[in-house]
Each structure stands twice: as structure tokens, then as C-alpha cells.
Design a protein around this ligand. Structure first.
Ligand SMILES: Nc1ncnc2c1ncn2[C@@H]1O[C@H](COP(=O)(O)OP(=O)(O)OP(=O)(O)O)[C@@H](O)[C@H]1O
Ligand SMILES: [Mg+2]
Length: 202
């Protein structure tokens, strides 16, 4: 059996603190694999909810951002849909979430309206900023990837990204590419992230 909170966390994943593990709604979950399965089942429920949810004009709001996280993780984690209230090695200071989120949402609306960047670049910039703020204790990557696809499909009317989804959590190289691409985006170079989400055919 694989103990929780060990070095099986993929690179760039937020490790869980012991007090956060207390937030689990389902007991006992003893292995990372079990947790992943419960979370994936919960995410599938969220996808079903989304299929019937037509509130597209609410996607770029704080309320929707929280609701989506709750729909994705609310059966597994007590704190789903609520912002973290502790420091993480990634992310802004949690006391400044309203400021950063408000700025991000305003920027994205402005980019869309003014066509400041091509649609894929708007989506990539949004994704990078949202995970960099790191609103939640866990699930930030999956939540921000789904938020980005909703932005693409329902607001920008583009195809969702692939995110290399089958390999992102299993293949180290793919995961490392994604994290390195996010780190490049920290320096305002979005080329690697754009390549990651729509790979050019060989
Ligand atoms: N250096 C970094 N800069 C910006 N974002 C990062 C960095 N490292 C990791 N991230 C983001 O944080 C996410 C991990 O955060 P968290 O563990 O809360 O999300 P998750 O959904 O549980 O993880 P996963 O992405 O493995 O499904 C990564 O997927 C990535 O999007
Ligand atoms: Mg995680």
C-alpha cells in the first residue's frame, strides 16, 4: 500500500498537510490511488452538472469559481469550494485573494472584449494566473484546467485544450514539461504553455 503524503505526489503537486488530511469526508482513505479514484468520481459528477448548467455568463465570476470547486471535490473534502487559509509553497498570500482574483477576472474580460490576444493565449494566460494564485488547499490544477476549458468552449467558442490529460499524472516528462511551461509563463513567456496545450503534429 502507498502511504498518503509521500514522494509519490507528482512534481508540482501541492503536498497535503496533516490538518488538511483531516478535511477528508470519506474514511478510511489510506492510499493516494484510492483518493485519486474518489476525486475522479466526484469530478465526473461535476462534469455531469456542467452538461446541464448553462450559466455561461457567470463563468468568469468568483461565485462560479468557488461553486465549480465545490462540485468537483465537495464529496471528498470538507473545505471544497472554500479558499485556503494557510500558506503554500505556491500561490499568493491568502489574505489577498479578493484583490488578485478581481484583477484577473477584470483583465480576462478586458482581453476578450478588446481581442488583446488570440483566444488560446487568453486561455493560457488565464490558466497560468489562476493556478499561480492557488485559491484552494488542493485541486487547483484540475480546477484551473477545467475553468480554462469552460472559458475556451463557452465564452471564446474554441475547442477545449487536451492538457495531455492521459499522461499528465502518469508520465513524469509530460508533467515536468507542464510545470516548466508554467514557470516560463511566470516570466511572461507563454510559448511553451501554448505548445503544451495544442501540440503541433509531428
Ligand atoms: N511553479 C509553479 N508555478 C505555477 N503553477 C504551478 C507551479 N507548480 C505547480 N503549479 C500548479 O499547481 C497545480 C498543483 O496544485 P494542486 O495540487 O492544488 O492541484 P491538483 O489539481 O491537486 O493537482 P494536479 O494538477 O496534479 O491534478 C499544478 O497542476 C499546476 O497547475
Ligand atoms: Mg494536488
Amino acid at each position: 500500500m502507498t502511504p498518503m503524503n509521500d514522494d509519490l505526489d507528482p512534481p508540482g503537486a501541492t503536498p497535503l498537510e496533516p490538518d488538511e488530511i483531516e478535511g477528508l469526508k470519506i474514511h478510511p482513505i489510506t492510499t493516494r490511488e484510492e483518493l485519486n479514484r474518489f476525486e475522479q468520481d466526484n469530478i465526473n459528477d461535476a462534469l455531469q452538472w456542467l452538461a446541464n448548467c448553462r450559466r455561461n455568463d457567470e463563468i468568469l465570476t468568483e461565485k462560479f469559481i468557488k461553486t465549480l470547486h465545490k462540485k468537483m471535490f465537495g464529496k471528498v473534502w470538507r473545505w471544497a469550494g472554500n479558499y485556503r487559509r494557510s500558506g503554500k509553497n505556491i500561490g499568493v498570500n491568502w489574505t489577498q485573494f479578493p484583490f488578485h482574483l478581481h484583477n484577473l477576472l477584470n483583465d480576462v474580460r478586458y482581453w476578450i472584449e478588446g481581442k488583446t490576444y488570440p483566444p488560446d493565449e487568453i486561455a493560457v494566460r488565464f490558466h497560468h494566473r489562476l493556478v499561480a494564485i492557488h485559491l484552494f488547499v488542493n485541486g487547483n490544477g484540475r480546477h484551473a484546467r477545467l475553468m480554462t476549458d469552460l472559458l475556451l468552449e463557452r465564452i471564446l467558442k474554441q475547442k477545449p485544450f487536451t492538457w495531455n490529460i492521459n499522461n499528465l499524472n502518469t508520465e513524469k516528462d509530460v508533467r515536468n514539461f507542464y510545470i516548466t511551461a508554467l514557470q516560463k509563463a511566470d516570466k511572461e513567456d507563454y510559448s511553451m504553455l501554448l505548445e503544451f496545450i495544442r501540440p503541433t503534429p509531428p
